[in-house]
Design a protein around this ligand. Structure first.
Ligand code: ZN
Length: 321
């Protein structure tokens, strides 16, 4: 299996009054490095794309990306360039990127041009920016690529800010993290540009400190929260069904919480986030996490407050009527 570390440059509308035609960011360059299973560089890839929607370089793009209008005019059409990239990627690979936005925009561009999606459901990838945070910081903070390069004492032998250059440095950061903290690689990410289409495409992963579940699509929120699998609270450490002490309740219509109790491991906090797909249906991202007793009490408190608020509202309405 190979690792494809890639980076994109994109262009956007120069005129804020012009609509984005369903594509706010148009890709103008793909740069990538191919690493083998030992993370050794085996090939490189670079292609410039001739934009079809935003044909002139936006001033912000111009400031950060070192591409001229002439470069773009001589670029290839997106479908051709993308197909070339996919052929170059080969069959067995994992995409690796710095951050999360490139992978979504890549798929949005593919969809816009009527190309087949990269996967049936969520797409597994490695977010090297997240890896860096997990390996060296709190796992939450997100740093710029150059920060990580400096932090890890990586030699800056080529300039930054063309797609290939950023892919090149991202690959170096990845390699360095992997040689010191190889376990970081367990923290895979999933891009949900395409939600799971059926039960078998659903995602369930156990990490060291939490578990994550990404459901298939549902017609609406009620159908989602009524689903048996969505409601389930299995302990991610022992696999036992943890009994719900505070049943799922809605906080703001988008987020739901629950508290379950595993006899062996203690309290688990469940969180469900309702997400909307482009077509308007709903899918769910659920996380379960072990928490101390205080968190359980906080959640109980929150539920009680919400209950009182609702009661007040009902009362006020009644008095008005
Ligand atoms: Zn357990």
């Amino acid at each position: 299996m190979n690792y494809i570390v890639f980076d994109l440059e994109w262009n956007q509308s120069s005129d804020k009054y012009i609509k984005d035609y369903g594509l706010p960011f148009e890709i103008i360059e793909i740069g990538a490095v191919k690493l083998n299973r030992w993370l050794k560089v085996v090939d490189k890839f670079e292609v410039i794309i001739k934009p079809q929607i935003y044909r002139y370089i936006h001033y912000i793009t111009n400031r950060i990306v070192h591409l001229s209008q002439e470069d773009l005019d001589n670029g290839k059409p997106f479908p051709e360039a993308m197909q070339e990239f996919l052929d170059w990627c080969g069959k067995d690979y994992v995409l690796c990127i710095w951050g999360t936005s490139d992978i979504t925009e890549l798929q949005r561009n593919m969809m816009y041009h009527g190309m087949d999606m990269l996967s049936q459901g969520p797409l597994k990838y490695y977010d090297i920016q997240k890896f860096f945070s997990i390996a060296y910081e709190d796992g939450k903070i997100r740093r710029a690529l150059e920060y990580a390069v400096d932090y890890l004492d990586i030699k800056k032998d080529i300039p930054f800010h063309r797609a290939y250059d950023d892919a090149y440095y991202t690959a170096k950061v990845f390699k360095k993290i992997n040689s010191f903290k190889p376990k970081t690689k367990k923290y895979v990410s999933y891009d949900i540009f395409t939600a799971p289409q059926s039960k078998k495409d659903e995602i369930s992963v156990n990490f060291k400190t939490y578990s994550k579940y990404i459901s298939r699509e549902f017609a609406d929120k009620n159908a989602a929260i009524e689903d048996k699998e969505v409601r389930s609270t299995r302990c991610y450490l022992c696999g036992r069904n943890a009994r719900q002490q505070i049943k799922w309740f809605s906080v703001n219509g988008k987020h739901y919480y629950c508290i379950a109790y595993c006899k062996k491991h203690g309290y688990l906090k469940g969180k469900v986030r309702m997400k909307k797909t482009d077509s308007g249906s709903i899918y769910v991202v659920k996380t379960l996490k072990l928490v101390p007793k205080e968190t359980m009490l906080e959640i109980a408190d929150k539920q009680e407050k919400l209950r009182l608020q609702r009661m007040e509202k009902r009362k006020a309405k009644k008095e008005k009527d």
